[in-house]
Design a binder for this molecule. Structure first.
Ligand SMILES: NC(=O)c1ccc[n+]([C@@H]2O[C@H](COP(=O)([O-])OP(=O)(O)OC[C@H]3O[C@@H](n4cnc5c(N)ncnc54)[C@H](OP(=O)(O)O)[C@@H]3O)[C@@H](O)[C@H]2O)c1
Length: 277
């Protein structure tokens, strides 16, 4: 692995799709001069508009944080999931390839089936739900259409600007005596704030797939217990969801320096949240 210098943010023309999402909002803070496009500015499934917008801006780097992330809803809205998460990244890649921009795109731990304890960047994906299948199609469409891509697979994102597990737990905890949380699915919680900052470094690295998460593995129950005092463990069979989840979706980062432990990142987020509330 060749370690390269991080990208110089200010001198690089950057364009962000999905600027209004949880990660997208953090990216906007890291790339203040970027051309920032939210869902209301552009629908990434509109190939013509996507290609035109990239051609007009002529960015050095395009960052795509737009996605359909409601994992259970994807089961019911399969076509929409494949359009947004699968085909649209291909449109963006085509636009980048024509103008010579590099692309940074985000994918997910859910491209894996969870049958082994942890996954390297080189492991073969085998998604078990529609969301994972649609995100894998997105990866493959990018790889088919351009060379200068960085695909960042991440997991269990939490942060200030979107619906996420930490806020859901705090809300449920205040309304319920006990909050049942599954204790047989394992992954790596990741702070959107940290991932956005790490993106600067990854954009300067060699093209390829990167596994970027905070350090430390836990179950959803263990994650919940670090947030609230009234979590109780249950099994996946007791907590049936529309979409199947992998038992292990632990991403191993074998290419770059590790980020801090998720417990440290969580402590910072909870502190910031206290100040914000
Ligand atoms: N959240 C996680 O736990 C997690 C885990 C692993 C990987 N990831 C990946 O990380 C990336 C960022 O996720 P996130 O949690 O920040 O997602 P998010 O908060 O749901 O943000 C996604 C953004 O994409 C926008 N969007 C949806 N459909 C669009 C379309 N057709 N055209 C343009 N914009 C559209 C959404 O706008 P609207 O809300 O207005 O529709 C939203 O602002 C995604 O690629 C996701 O797959 C997330």
């Amino acid at each position: 692995m060749v370690y390269q210098k991080p990208m110089v943010v200010g001198k690089i023309k950057t364009m962000i799709f999905g600027a209004g999402g949880m990660l997208g909002t953090e990216l906007c803070a890291v790339f203040p001069d970027a051309v920032k496009l939210t869902h209301s500015d552009i629908d990434i499934t509109d190939k013509k508009k996507v290609m035109e917008s990239i051609a007009r801006v002529k960015p050095d780097v395009v960052i795509n944080a737009a996605a359909y992330t409601a994992v259970d809803d994807c089961e019911d809205n399969r076509e929409l999931a494949f359009d947004i998460n699968g085909k649209a990244p291909g449109h963006i890649a085509e636009g980048c390839n024509i103008t010579g921009a590099k692309l940074v795109h985000y994918s997910t731990d859910y491209v894996f089936d969870g049958s082994i304890n942890e996954y390297m960047e080189s492991d073969i994906p085998n998604p078990i739900n529609v969301y994972g299948k649609s995100k894998l199609l997105g990866e493959n469409n990018i790889i088919a259409k351009m060379d200068d891509y960085r695909i960042i697979r991440t997991s269990w994102l939490f942060g200030a600007h979107g619906r996420n597990f930490v806020d859901t737990m705090l809300d449920m905890s205040s309304r319920m005596d006990k909050v049942k949380v599954v204790n047989d699915q394992f992954g790596k919680p990741t702070y959107a704030f940290d991932l956005a900052r790490k993106t600067v470094e990854i954009a300067g690295f060699a093209p390829g797939i990167y596994h970027i998460t905070n350090e430390g593995v836990c179950s959803w129950y263990e994650f919940a217990s670090a947030i609230i005092g009234n979590a109780v463990p249950c099994t996946s069979e007791e907590f049936i969801r529309k979409a199947r989840r992998p038992k292990y979706s632990v991403l191993v980062n074998s290419k770059t320096t590790p980020m801090r432990h998720w417990k440290d990142a969580l402590a910072e987020y909870l502190n910031k949240r206290k100040i914000m509330v």
